[in-house]
Design a protein around this ligand. Structure first.
Ligand code: SAM
Length: 296
């Protein structure tokens, strides 16, 4: 046997039957059965033999086989213990693959990168479990995991949110967080029939190329994200009311309004109209007011 052998319905069904595997909905298991999509993901991820690739949720190892062919080393983290014997079978011939049976949200990926790659940036490639897409991606960014890019399959709607800008209905806290850390680019749209079982929603492969430095610099990064989250928590309220009601910090409303007016915006402006640079200015102003003790 040589080269990837999965990625089509026949071989996938064969291996699932051999191990009497039943899909677990709670783990977001939708396995890829389309080699064209796999080729696109691998090409976009631009992997070389110098790369350490982290794959989140290898499933039966379909994409892992492709990654192992291209990368120096692949670490694949899979939560479902029933998949571990299957992975031992499908990945048996690859000496450069390590499978870790763990919940990725509980794993210290930064420490893993340090240990396995001497702190050099890794590449992350995955067909993500959709129920935890946002915590996985935000965790990687917020923990400052050294990485070059994240190339992942996500729900189409989530991909749209990640790459949209002010004024769009999809624009929100996730767009701003992702764009603070990376440049998003949609690689491909993927219909439900490329998976087994078929998900109810459309999917997309998105690549997030990490910025060397964030496009804005702020006095307090955590506070910027408090402000952003608070601004979108109550989408139908004005920004001033949303921030005032958020309970995230205690500043009199006139200080909040002042901060918004300093951006040249009217009192009725909503969060969805502000660019990242404007959120950064607002956050810095409000942070200064808090530091100066302008609280009530
Ligand atoms: N990579 C495979 C493919 O493309 O066919 C499977 C992708 S499937 C959408 C998501 C995979 O993530 C499943 O194998 C699932 O068991 C695994 N998974 C779900 N939650 C996880 C978690 N918290 N940590 C690690 N793996 C998880």
């Amino acid at each position: 046997m040589s080269g990837p052998t999965l990625g089509n319905p026949k071989n996938t069904i064969e291996i699932l039957q051999k191990y009497n595997f039943s899909f677990q909905k709670k783990f977001g298991q939708n396995f890829l059965i389309d080699t064209h999509v796999l080729d696109k993901i691998i090409k976009a991820a631009n992997i070389t033999k110098d790369d350490l690739v982290l794959e989140i949720g290898p499933g039966i190892g379909t994409m892992t086989q492709y990654l192992a062919e291209a990368a120096g080393k692949v670490i694949a983290v899979e939560i479902d213990k029933n998949l571990i014997p299957i992975l031992a079978d499908t990945l048996g011939e690859y000496e450069n693959v390590q499978v870790i049976n763990e919940d990725v949200l509980k794993l210290d990926i930064r420490a893993l990168t340090e240990r396995e790659n001497g702190g050099r940036p890794i590449k992350i490639v995955a067909n993500l479990p959709y129920y935890i897409t946002t915590p996985i991606i935000m965790g990687l960014f917020e923990e400052h995991v050294p990485m070059e890019s994240i190339t992942v399959m996500v729900q189409k709607e989530v991909a749209d949110r990640m790459q949209s800008g002010p004024g769009s209905k999809d624009y929100g806290a996730l767009s701003l967080a992702v764009q603070y850390y990376a440049s998003p680019y949609i690689v491909a749209n993927v219909p439900p029939n490329c998976f087994m079982p078929r998900p109810k929603v459309g999917s997309a492969v998105i690549q997030l190329r990490k910025h060397e430095h964030p496009p804005v610099s702020v006095k307090n990064e955590k506070f910027l994200f408090h402000i952003i989250r608070a601004s979108f928590n109550q989408r139908r309220k004005t920004l001033a009311n949303g921030l005032n009601n958020s309970g995230q910090f205690s500043l009199p409303k006139d200080k909040i309004t002042e901060g918004i007016e300093r951006l040249g915006k009217g009192a009725g402006v909503r969060g969805e109209a502000l660019k990242l640079e404007e959120f950064a200015k607002l956050a810095d102003y409000l942070w200064e007011q808090i530091q100066e003790g302008s609280g009530p």
